[in-house]
Ligand binder design. Structure first.
Ligand code: GYE
Length: 328
């Protein structure tokens, strides 16, 4: 059978070519998309907006290496259009699996449908999409952001339980339209709504960055003379706000109580130093679980639709205890 013979001949040529390469170059590309044994993952990251994100990127890259997965990494610089482009390019390259952390919740159906039509499984990591059709992705690995917002609100309720006057709160929201901004706001709002003395007097996005957090807090301070509490949706915006508060001659952690979310090293340092009062942890170390889930979906194994990360909270005392052993 000529076809069979030629297939065998071709296999021989490939084997020879591979062994010829063996001694020379790194061989890192030998697998390539769609070929070889190495699983290829296209990963579209949100950006590099925060300490959390930097730790998350490192976790994903390190874990891919450890798991023997070839990672095609793309940074979207906080823009949805860049993520859509990256996903389309992964589809074209015929990667085995696509993973991404969607910058905002809405507007993914079309590109996810394209991936589905190309039979490439998609794993959501860190942030959710609001697509009604949940068959567009295999699983979603990440934190429960509503729960994080609730934990932040609960600390406030407990702290001010004996207070009878108004508690004036300003809020620095994460990226507009992102799952963590939507959900943290909702969870926090739900818990503090139990007592009308809690008043959110100003709330604006700081886009999860230190620079924006500082800028928006400066504006808050200019237009509000009586701020009791800052709730920042992440450590970085809280750290930027601390600079603004100090710049305005006030003492962060005392004149204005600060609650943040993430618990990255710089945040934990500020907590231990008394400048932040409470941090709700959000773990960026999603890499190992992500690689594990990716291998399973590529192998056609069943995986849970939702995998929630386990997290804790930190007071100033606890931050002092654990700071030196913090990985990120
Ligand atoms: O809290 C923030 C980052 O999506 C959980 O994004 C993540 C958030 C994190 O920029 O620092």
């Amino acid at each position: 059978m000529p076809r069979r013979i030629s297939a065998i001949a071709l296999a021989g040529v490939i084997a020879m070519t591979l062994s010829a390469c063996g001694g020379g170059s790194t061989g890192a590309d030998a697998g390539g998309s769609g070929g070889g044994d190495k699983l290829v993952m296209g990963f579209s990251q949100v950006g590099a907006e925060s300490g959390w994100r930097t730790a998350n990127t490192k976790s994903v890259q390190d874990s891919a290496k450890t798991a023997g997965i070839e990672l095609k990494f793309s940074d979207a610089q906080q823009k949805q259009e860049n993520q859509i482009k990256a996903i389309r390019s992964f589809i074209q390259q015929k990667v085995d699996v696509i993973a991404f952390s969607p910058v905002v919740e809405s507007g993914w159906d079309t590109v996810l449908k394209e991936a589905q039509n190309a039979k490439i499984p998609v794993v959501l990591t860190d942030r959710a999409v609001d697509s009604k059709d949940t068959s567009l992705y295999k699983t979603f690995l990440g934190s429960d952001f509503i729960e994080e917002g609730k934990k932040a609100g609960q600390w406030l309720v407990d702290q001010y339980k004996d207070e009878t006057g108004d508690v004036n709160i300003v809020e620095l929201q994460g990226t507009t339209g992102s799952a963590p901004a939507n959900d943290r706001k909702a969870g926090f709002g739900e818990v503090i709504a139990a007592d009308p003395k809690f008043k959110i007097i100003a709330s604006q996005t700081g886009d999860f960055t230190r620079a924006k957090g500082k800028e928006v807090m400066e504006a808050f301070l200019k237009s509000n003379s009586d701020i009791d509490v800052l709730f920042a949706h992440n450590d970085d915006m809280g750290l930027g706000a601390i600079e603004a508060i100090e710049g305005a001659g006030k003492v962060p952690g005392k004149d204005i109580k600060i609650i943040t979310i993430d618990a990255v090293k710089d945040g934990m340092q500020a907590l231990a130093d008394g400048k932040i009062n409470y941090i709700v942890e959000c773990s960026p170390l999603l890499g190992p679980q992500l690689m594990d889930l990716a291998k399973k979906v590529v192998a056609g194994e069943a995986v849970p639709q939702r995998v929630v990360t386990e997290e804790t909270t930190f007071t100033q005392e606890k931050a002092k205890e654990v700071l030196s052993s913090r990985q990120y």
